[in-house]
Design a protein around this ligand. Structure first.
Ligand SMILES: Nc1ncnc2c1ncn2[C@@H]1O[C@H](COP(=O)(O)OP(=O)(O)OP(=O)(O)O)[C@@H](O)[C@H]1O
Ligand SMILES: [Mg+2]
Length: 214
């Protein structure tokens, strides 16, 4: 089973948006997908509740309450939506659950500084030191041709961790969220630019480069 977590202690950076997008990507690849929501805010489970029945099914797990209980044995891909403000022992516990962690970072000074603290904290864990987990950074809500977008790009490149891609700011994510869909299920004339931005992220996730080396 492939296990991918979306985590950053900073709130509102796009964890649930990215987790639900990933779940739809793999579900549309004919894989058996589970989406574990570790956040009592339940954004991923709320999204699943409005998912149309004619779309590929995704198993929701209320992991904030009961962990991975109920995870089906034949699950191909487990996507984990982590809560905000994860630190210390909770961070270590969550890191045990994932092979790969995507860390979304927004283009703002507050978010970049908070991400730097979070990444330092992750790098100090035994799971990271023992190479039991791989991290990848993703810029999110990036607006082209802005100084802050350039600053985010420079910030992400400087961190000694793979910077796997950037997603643009677009209402497509809100539109998809409202309908229980993922960005990969939006009509191509609306979302083709977003699919292109996801391309390097998915290539990384689907390669050995995102798997732990330990
Ligand atoms: N690329 C994007 N373009 C436009 N809006 C976005 C994008 N990514 C996320 N959003 C919006 O930003 C808000 C926060 O996103 P989301 O809930 O996914 O973040 P989160 O990290 O899961 O938040 P929390 O820490 O509260 O769990 C939502 O309204 C979401 O629709
Ligand atoms: Mg969330």
């Amino acid at each position: 089973m492939r296990t991918i977590m979306v985590m950053n202690a900073k709130g509102g950076c796009g964890k649930s948006t990215i987790a639900t997008s990933l779940a739809t990507y793999y579900a549309n690849e004919d894989m058996s997908v589970a989406l574990a929501d570790y956040d009592p805010q339940c954004s991923s489970l709320d999204w699943l509740a409005v998912r149309p029945a004619d779309r590929p099914a995704i198993d929701g797990l209320p992991a904030f309450r009961s962990g991975l209980r109920g995870l089906k044995r034949d699950t191909d891909v487990l996507i984990i939506d982590a809560p905000a403000r994860v630190h210390d022992s909770e961070l270590k516990e969550l890191l045990k659950r994932a092979e790969t962690v995507l860390v979304p970072v927004l283009p703002s000074p507050i978010d970049m500084r908070a991400a730097a603290h979070f990444i330092n904290e992750v790098q100090a864990t035994s799971q990271y030191e023992n190479k039991e987990v791989r991290l990848g950074l993703v810029g999110n809500r990036v607006k082209g041709n802005t100084n802050i977008a350039d600053e985010l790009e420079e910030f992400l490149r400087k961190i000694r961790m793979p910077y796997v891609g950037s997603l643009r700011e677009t209402q497509n994510y809100n539109r998809a969220q409202a309908r229980g869909l993922g960005i990969f299920e939006m009509p191509p004339y609306l979302a083709y630019q977003d699919w292109e931005m996801w391309d390097p992220v998915m290539k990384w996730l689907n390669s050995v480069r995102s798997l732990p080396q330990g």
